[in-house]
Design a protein around this ligand. Structure first.
Ligand SMILES: [Zn+2]
Length: 113
């Protein structure tokens, strides 16, 4: 049988764990924001692509894997720094407003290498 003492200890452990998890996410978010400020160019390995949504320019829409939940879909060519500046690219699509299906094994806009 579980004692009240064990129960209280478990609650404390849970609180401690949640604090560590939150701190981790906060630090990861700060690292990402710093990255966006200093070097906002990503490789395909760092990007998550849409299953079928594409930019006006033809490249898949994507977002950096570590961006956090308040980010947005953007043209992958822009994210990779290879965008054609003579083309009008689709606007950013905030996660909050757009439900875009993420790539899967069968469907992706990720370029073939
Ligand atoms: Zn584009």
């Amino acid at each position: 049988m579980i004692t009240e003492e064990q129960y209280n200890q478990a609650l404390k452990n849970k609180d401690d764990a949640e604090e560590i998890i939150q701190q981790y996410h906060k630090e990861e978010q700060e690292r990402f924001e710093e990255r966006m400020k200093t070097n906002p160019i990503f490789t395909d390995d760092e990007l998550r692509y849409a299953a079928s949504e594409r930019c006006n320019c033809g490249h898949g829409m994507a977002y950096p894997a570590k961006c956090g939940i308040h980010h947005y879909w953007d043209c992958s060519a822009i994210l990779k720094g290879i965008a054609d500046k003579n083309v009008k690219h689709s606007g950013r699509m905030p996660f909050t407003f757009y439900e875009v299906k993420l790539e899967n094994e069968n469907r992706t806009t990720r370029p073939e290498n």
